[in-house]
Design a binder for this molecule. Structure first.
Ligand code: NAD
Length: 495
């Protein structure tokens, strides 16, 4: 049985024995690990360790930090399969998908390896006689990352590499539902040779998060998770004087126009709605079918999903695994029932004999004729349930997206460049896909939604990540002629 413990100042910290929880394999319902949850003592130790390490780490050279980041990147590459196996075992997603997650995480380490370029600053020479002005970006201090269950490796890597590259120290508080992969990631950080205390791991739940949000020695919080918790983290963290970026939930729309390639759109809808059992913040959960495309599109999607193979993520034939927990599976089933009660047409029903298995499986569901007043439309279901909303015009489609409180991603499928361009301008979401259903930006752009999908003003990773993890300092410097004396009581003017 794996024991998931805290890693503070380079050491495994003895856990409080009465604070252990079970970690289950969602494909079997069996326990695979036990996780020890932090008490206030461990949380304080982690912050103290990160604070103490900051003094030296902020002064480490660019060359030293770059070398360590490269080493870390190579170790993650070498251990890619082990990380993916741990993800599959505790999350349930199929192994290939887990490997994809690790690959997207590595992209963020690679971006951080080039941080020297991003931190070069700016220099203006001779703004006045003998005066130069330059901008530096310096680290913020102790940064905390609080991450969700659905990407246990990739989301920590959205934060950690950029934070430490910029000279900050870091505390990771991953989801307690599948902690083995992030815990192994922190082992790899230690193996890479980062000084003790630069990266720390505390495991916990709501209580630990709240202790970190209020701790006077924490300077910045990066959060990814559901919208109610993101809002709480943002409000509490900022009220305690910290900078906070808090990414929340989503309800992503995919608009399909009558001129779209139906096969391309149907393939895209199926992969984006049912991949990882719909437990992705960029999953497509609503197809907005415009005009006469609706009937053939619904038919093409149903044809494809009846052939999907559902089973344990370790089985190479499985295309979709289980949900994270029994409670979450039951919640998804409740939404299917609710959608049917409210008048949606259940084209494909996920309530099947899969529900009798010991693992937390549910089948795929396709709901047609969904209206925007239904619960299945309004709530984030976070499961393999795709809703189809039928509209008559492109304008109606963009209005629906604008009225939705979430604004993570939105996609359009069309052959018409001008309409696609209009969509890109008008869609009220932070990440737009044009004939691409899951437009997750590469590591050198930044990831973030609008509206209730992001609290704060800074997206995750890429240039915005560097911005978040640094503070600007502007230096105005004068090296006057030592022989001339100048006393001037006026406000400085640049002549
Ligand atoms: P969650 O909000 O339940 O948990 C996220 C983190 O917050 C975990 O570390 C958890 O321990 C902690 N937490 C949970 N409840 C808390 C509380 N009441 N107070 C303080 N901390 C608390 O999210 P989840 O179920 O782990 O992940 C799924 C959610 O994350 C979905 O809503 C999904 O859309 C969202 N998500 C968003 C993005 C994005 O980029 N916008 C990416 C991935 C996941």
């Amino acid at each position: 049985m794996r024991r998931i413990q805290h890693r503070i100042n380079g050491e495994i910290v003895n856990p409080s024995p009465d604070a252990a929880n079970e970690v289950l394999n969602p494909a079997t319902g069996e326990q695979v690990a036990e996780i020890f949850l932090a008490t206030e003592r461990e949380t304080h130790l982690a912050v103290a360790s990160a604070k103490a390490a900051f003094a030296d780490w902020r002064n480490s050279s660019v060359a030293q930090r770059t070398k360590l980041l490269y080493k870390f990147r190579n170790l993650v590459m070498e251990n890619e399969m082990r990380l993916a196996e741990l993800i599959t075992e505790e999350h349930g997603k199929v192994l290939e998908d887990a490997r994809g997650e690790v690959a997207r995480g590595i992209e963020n380490i690679e971006y951080a390896c080039g941080f020297a370029e991003a931190l070069k600053g700016a220099y203006s020479e001779q703004v006045s006689t003998g005066v130069d002005v330059y901008t530096l970006r310096q680290p913020v201090g102790v940064c905390v990352g609080i991450t969700p269950f659905n990407f246990p490796v990739m989301v920590p890597l959205w934060m950690l590499p950029n934070a430490i590259a910029c000279g900050n120290t870091f505390i990771l508080k991953p989801s307690d539902k599948n902690p083995s992969a992030p815990s192994f990631l922190i082992e790899l950080i230690q193996e890479a040779g980062f000084p003790d205390g630069v990266v720390n791991l505390v495991n916990g739940q709501e209580e630990t998060v709240n202790q970190l949000l209020c701790h006077p020695d924490v300077d910045a919080i990066s959060f990814v998770g559901s919208t109610p918790v993101a809002r709480h983290v943002y409000e509490t963290g900022t009220a305690h004087g910290k900078r906070v970026q808090a990414l929340g939930g989503a309800k992503n729309h995919m608009v399909v126009l009558p001129d779209a390639d139906i096969n391309l759109a149907a393939d895209a809808a199926v992969s984006a709605a049912y991949g990882s059992a719909g437990e992705r913040c960029m999953a497509i959960s609503v197809v907005v079918a415009v005009g006469e495309v609706a009937d053939p599109l619904v038919e093409a999607i149903s044809e494809r999903i009846t052939k999907l193979s559902i089973g344990p993520g370790t089985d190479p034939d499985s295309q979709m695994g289980p949900l994270i927990s029994r409670e979450h599976r039951d919640r998804v089933v409740h939404y299917i029932e609710q959608g049917q009660k409210e008048g949606a047409r259940v084209v494909i029903d996920g309530r099947s004999d899969l529900l009798d298995l010991p693992g937390f499986f549910v089948g795929v569901t396709l709901l047609d004729h969904v209206s925007t007043s239904m619960e299945v439309y309004k709530d984030e279901i976070f499961g393999p349930v795709l809703c189809v909303v039928r509209v008559e015009t492109f304008d109606e489609a963009t209005e629906i997206i604008a009225a939705n409180p979430y604004g993570n991603g939105a996609a359009i499928f069309t052959r018409d460049g001008s309409t696609a361009r209009q969509f890109q301008r008008d869609a009220q979401a932070g990440m737009i896909g044009i004939n691409v259903p899951i437009p997750v930006p590469v590591g050198y752009h930044s990831f973030g939604g609008w509206k209730d999908s992001l609290f704060g003003d800074t997206a995750m990773y890429g240039p915005e990540g560097i911005h978040f993890y640094t503070r600007q300092k502007v230096v105005t410097s004068r090296w006057p002629d030592p022989t001339s004396s100048q006393i001037d009581l006026g406000f400085p003017r640049n002549d």
